[in-house]
Ligand binder design. Structure first.
Ligand code: ZN
Length: 285
């Protein structure tokens, strides 16, 4: 299947894994050899209409059997199992949950037993963390020494609240992770050119980020509104937690610039499916 993606820059932070079910991945995570991971596209699924075709949400009005088939297809492509998946329950919080063996299948084989969980961490091999997107920012984490993973949903509220930092803090507290061993990535989401926000939003960024960084995060336009860079903000948050520059990958794929291939809330509004991020420690390592 030929996939036409518009890349924002020439960095090799991400690449497309082609096949019957294409998905995006990070060379940095793949090269670690200890995880399976990926970020879905709209392609390769069975859903129809505004959900076409790889919708990965059970809660947006799509036919459940189609969504289930989509999960089986993307799971097979990435090399994970549906029964090992554990879903987030995203409400733009900075809450991060420690996922254990007992959570296996949560969200896909059985109903979620928790609410308001925007981030997931685990050290259990085989479990596949799953979070959901349509312009908001996915954050991927891997401690390649302790073998601990994290996956968090960071929209503008999560970014102002620094869920990336909350995720690393929990990895440190729960598993003794050291930030210098953590690989971290900012995933496909809305780029600065496509992300106009109000002064009220910017005021919250001014309150939570150093003044010396403001020029790299946003600029004001003649109409009094602002263009905000959530990719840069999350990169700054990674560095604030002690993650080193060479362990950070920032996406070069914008969901809104590529809304024919990726679901974008800014393009499609509520009549759309969801993309998903997947991250799992290999059980055979
Ligand atoms: Zn864009």
């Amino acid at each position: 299947m030929a996939v036409e993606l518009k890349w924002k820059n020439q960095s090799h932070s991400m690449r497309l894994a082609e096949g019957r079910v294409p998905y995006l991945e990070y060379p940095m995570f793949a090269d670690s050899g200890i995880v399976r991971h990926g970020f879905s596209t709209r392609l390769g699924g069975v859903s129809e209409g505004c959900y076409a075709s790889m919708n990965l949400s059970f809660t947006r009005g799509d036919n459940e059997e189609y969504v289930r088939e989509n999960f089986h297809r993307i799971a097979e492509a990435i090399g994970v199992r549906c029964e090992d998946m554990v879903f987030s329950q995203q409400t733009h919080t900075t809450n991060v949950r420690v996922v254990t063996d007992a959570d296996r299948g949560m969200g896909i084989l059985r109903p979620l037993e928790y609410t308001d969980v925007d981030g997931l961490v685990t050290n259990v091999p085989g479990i596949c963390l799953v979070t959901f997107y349509a312009d908001c920012v996915p954050l991927f984490f891997l401690d390649s020494v302790k073998h601990v993973i994290g996956l968090s949903h960071s929209g503008w509220r999560g970014t102002v609240g620094k869920i990336g930092k909350a995720t690393v803090e929990l990895m440190k507290k729960e598993y003794g992770c050291e930030p210098e061993n953590i690989l971290a990535a900012v995933g496909p989401s809305v780029c600065q050119d496509c992300y106009e926000v109000s002064e009220e939003v910017i005021d919250q960024f001014r309150a939570n980020f150093k003044e010396e960084d403001w020029d790299s995060l946003f600029y004001r336009k003649a109409n009094g509104r602002y263009q905000l860079d959530l990719w840069k903000a999350n990169e700054l948050i990674f560095k604030e937690t002690g993650i080193t520059e060479e362990h950070i990958a920032v996406t070069n794929i914008c969901t809104h610039c590529n809304s024919d291939v990726l679901y974008s809330h800014r393009t499609m509004g509520d009549k759309r499916g969801n993309l998903a991020a997947f991250l799992s420690l290999k059980s055979e390592v």
